[in-house]
Design a protein around this ligand. Structure first.
Ligand code: ADP
Ligand code: ZN
Length: 735
């Protein structure tokens, strides 16, 4: 293995036999490695190639002419090319750009591009299962029915995928096949039905039509960033569908990024209604076979529209013509593991590199995006009204200091009264609490010992339905112990504070006849369960929904008229730079669930700080004032978006080793005009998954390029093997 010195492509990107080429491998090494082009095997930049990596075979991408200093005779030959389309130049530049900006190895970024190694192997014919016409009558179970439902609205699927989508075991598919209801078919490469841009959209209101015309113009042009801002229900989705139609008219590919939990059946139904075909999907819950086919379809230009979570940004689009980021403010666009990046920001970079338009969509744009629009870097389109003039819900705060519930209860008298009135009127209510489980803290009644995760500085959260304690940081799970681990007393433990399960318990005690459901990521397992819940709410099979942020987004529920926020202050604690902004965004989204159709909605916020600017902004509906105040605070403090931040997180299973590296980094901290380094300090989550964590924070003026500083800083310190230093440019998490 011979490091290459350059990743620039000379000689028009073609490499003749015998030449030296730089090959980037999907591993976190410093850069590309040099190989020799084998006889009779000319290569071009972007080609996927087989190469030896140490003793193992590997697949990499030709990154340019090789420029390393190693002697010719040390070079190994490229073993052959892989039969897939070359990685487009824009994708390669994107990999380099993301690596340079985030200070992660280009190979680690390439690994995200090559996220489906299987996709690079030759296509094998695949067996899928289809409904048999005139199938014999068989005994119908709920599980069998779900399988048939899945097939009713889609193409034949491989057995594993079918079972997964229908949330059944593989034996159900086998049983149906044996009974002749399903039969196997062989799938060739998939040719997805192309979304049809010629189909007419809905008649748009004048404001919508104006925004749509503007977006269509942008969608036909080169690089631009447009912020599409409008209250929930104002028709932002309908409007950006017009931009999608325009890009399709030009024969180009489209990427729509959405937060994973906003990727709902409702959204897909709307897309299908508008364009007559489903988009290609990309998210973490797909089978390997599905990902493989979608990756191929994208690379070969057969997938016209991809809707996906953040990682879809790294798919190898040969002709991407538009990227839309829906819910652009959402923190889940920030990836915290591996390559730490913000998909919203990188989507804008991808648009710039590809000279294509980007559209950022939100009812509550991030301060970053607002600042960019204010500075004229982004264009702004605004939809002021809800479609069909459905009024926005009335928001009121309940002062829990004066009017709170009795101890051990979470629903205040005022919220209780509103719930009763809603249920009496035959309408639906949602209680929102962004905390899974039954109680966030469990302690021993005898000695006060708190049950803690053995691997993290975090309390264990009781999940009573599942009958266990869970760590929300590392996933550690254990049954509730019979005796206190500290004092061995066998007194029952005390549950402190509420999670959604506990609020549901209170609702059940107050209204035993009310039909209710808990909606949290752990109670809804899989997209089918989420869809079922949405349908039950739509069909008014439920009276009360107690939920976390999984229900905060995107849905329209005609009968839902009351939203009660159980603990509006929950996100405001802690030292998070964006605590106020995020709490505002989240609660605004939740409030938007109330009263979408003809019935006006009501929102009640239970808070101990009704005078806080977040509560004030929600109650008054004065977003502009909130944003201005928040911007002022940040500007004065030199914080993003008016200054730059980068974190170094030092972690190790060996506390002393973590401390030593953190100390060395502290001593080596860059000293420059407009740059300040805070720390090292123990991270708030000072132990995570058994690793001790220390943080340093670099704060810089906006005009300072932080990457060269960071690189020199990290290079100055020797890091032993068992210590990791993670770089987080533009951090969102401060834990
Ligand atoms: P947003 O994305 O701003 O929340 P949506 O695009 O989801 O708004 O629109 C909210 C609801 O109003 C959806 O059910 C949508 O189909 C409907 N809607 C919006 N604009 C129109 C329109 N011009 N004609 C018909 N229905 C519309
Ligand atoms: Zn843990």
């Amino acid at each position: 293995m011979v490091p290459s010195r350059t990743s620039s492509s000379g000689g028009g990107g073609r490499h003749r036999p015998g030449a030296r080429v730089a090959v980037l491998l999907p591993v976190p090494l410093a850069g590309p490695y040099d190989y020799r082009v084998a006889d009779g095997n000319a290569l071009a930049d972007g080609d996927f190639v087989h190469v030896p990596l140490g003793r193992r075979p590997a697949i990499g991408v030709v990154w340019g002419a090789g420029g390393g200093e190693a002697a010719e005779d040390r070079l190994k030959d490229v073993a052959g090319t892989v039969d897939v389309p070359s990685l487009p130049e824009v994708s390669r530049r994107f990999v380099d750009w993301v690596a340079g900006y985030t200070l992660h190895a280009p190979g680690a970024v390439l690994r995200m591009v090559m996220s489906v190694p299987d996709a690079l192997r030759p296509e094998r014919p695949m067996t899928a299962y289809a409904l048999t016409a005139d199938a014999p009558e068989v005994r119908m179970t709920a599980a069998r029915r779900r399988v048939l439902d899945v097939l009713a609205d889609g193409p034949p699927r491989p057995a594993a995928e079918l079972a997964r989508e229908a949330a059944v075991g593989p034996s159900v598919v086998r049983g149906l096949t044996d009974a002749g209801v399903l039969h196997p078919v062989t799938l060739g490469p998939e040719v997805p039905v192309a979304p049809d841009w010629r189909r007419p959209g809905p008649a748009l209101s004048p404001a919508q039509a104006g925004a749509a015309a503007d977006l269509r113009r942008a969608a036909g042009g080169g690089f631009s960033v447009t912020v599409l801002d409008g209250v929930p229900g104002s028709g932002k989705t309908e409007v950006y569908f017009e931009a999608v139609a325009e890009a399709l008219r030009h024969g180009r590919q489209v990427l729509v990024l959405v937060p994973e939990i906003a990727l709902t059946a409702q959204w897909l139904d709307r897309f299908r209604r508008r364009f007559g075909a489903a988009p290609a999907l990309w998210h973490s819950d797909l089978t390997a076979a599905r990902r493989r086919r979608t990756w191929r379809a994208v690379a070969e230009g057969r997938a016209a529209v991809v809707v996906g979570a953040r990682s879809a940004l790294f798919l190898p689009f040969p002709d991407l013509g538009l990227v839309v980021v829906d819910e652009e403010h959402d923190a889940s666009f920030k990836q915290e593991d591996g390559v730490v990046y913000n998909a919203r920001d990188m989507a804008v970079v991808r648009a710039r590199l590809g000279d294509i338009p980007a559209v950022l969509v939100s009812a509550t744009p991030s301060l970053e995006t607002v600042a960019n629009a204010d500075a004229g870097r982004y264009r702004r389109l605004h939809l002021p009204d809800r479609h069909a003039r459905a009024p926005l819900p009335a928001v009121a705060a309940i002062d829990m200091r004066a009017d709170g519930p009795p101890p051990g209860r979470w629903i205040s008298p005022a919220l209780h009264e509103a719930l009763a009135a809603t249920l009496d009127a035959g309408e639906q209510a949602m209680l929102f609490l962004n905390r899974r489980g039954y109680a966030p803290l469990t302690l021993c009644r005898a000695c006060g010992h708190r049950l803690q995760c053995p691997q993290c500085t975090a309390w264990l959260v009781e999940h009573r339905v599942a009958g266990r304690l869970l760590c929300h940081h590392c996933g550690y799970a254990a049954p509730l112990p019979a005796a206190c681990p500290a004092c061995t007393a066998e007194t029952p433990f005390a549950a402190c504070g509420p999670g959604v399960e506990r609020v549901a318990e209170e609702v059940a005690a107050l209204w035993p006849g009310a039909r209710q459901a808990v909606a949290a990521s752990d109670t809804l397992n899989g997209p089918r369960a989420a869809e079922d819940l949405v349908r039950r709410i739509e069909d008014h099979d439920l009276d009360v929904i107690v939920g976390t942020q999984v229900v905060a987004k995107g849905h329209h529920f005609p009968m839902l008229t009351l939203v009660g926020v159980v603990d509006a202050d929950l996100g405001l604690g802690g030292g998070d730079l964006r605590a106020a902004e995020r709490t505002y965004q989240l609660l605004y989204q939740v409030a938007g669930r109330a009263g979408r159709a003809e019935r006006p909605g009501r929102v009640l916020l239970q808070t101990y700080m009704p005078e806080d600017k977040v509560m004030q902004a929600l109650v008054s509906g004065d977003r502009a004032r909130f944003l201005a105040a928040e911007a002022d605070d940040r500007r004065r403090a030199g914080m993003p978006p008016f200054g730059r931040l980068a974190s170094l997180i030092v972690s190790s299973p060996d506390e002393g080793a973590a401390d030593a590296v953190a100390r060395d980094l502290g001593r080596a901290a860059p000293r420059a005009n407009g740059v300040q380094v805070l720390g090292p300090a123990a991270a708030p989550l000072s132990r995570l998954r058994g690793r001790y964590r220390r943080r340093l924070l670099l704060k810089a003026r906006r005009d300072v390029a932080v990457q060269p500083l960071l690189r020199a800083w990290i290079d100055a310190v020797a890091v032993p093997r068992r210590v990791r230093v993670q770089v987080d440019v533009d951090p969102y998490s401060f834990l």
